[in-house]
Ligand binder design. Sequence first.
Ligand code: FES
Length: 124
Amino acid sequence: MELFQFETIARSGMFNRVCKAETIAEGGFRLVIADAQLIVLAWPENGEIKAFQGVCPHANIPLEEADFDGTVLTCPKHFWNWDLNTGQPAGEPHECALAEYPVKVEDGVVYIDTEGVTPLFADQ
Ligand code: FES
């Protein structure tokens, strides 16, 4: 009985509570921290809430000053950009995607699962 309870707790513990869903608006993004990882939490227009690595894969700088037009996130340093519906590059001059974290919203609270996800970085 005790072993069963431990397994249940371990499985349900992979998702980290990060914020209330009302703190992010459609077409907006914010940075959050889950399990000591910096994460971009975004709600693309006409899409679903998504979570991606919060550091730029080009030079490992936080994306807190990035520009978001409701679909595309652009790093202010060298203007690499990504479609936040998918995390895939939105244009030149790079081919490095953002690592995506599983995210769910329950009872108005956003949860992110960081298990097994690590930020991606471009070859230097
Ligand atoms: S550091 Fe982000 S594009 Fe270069």
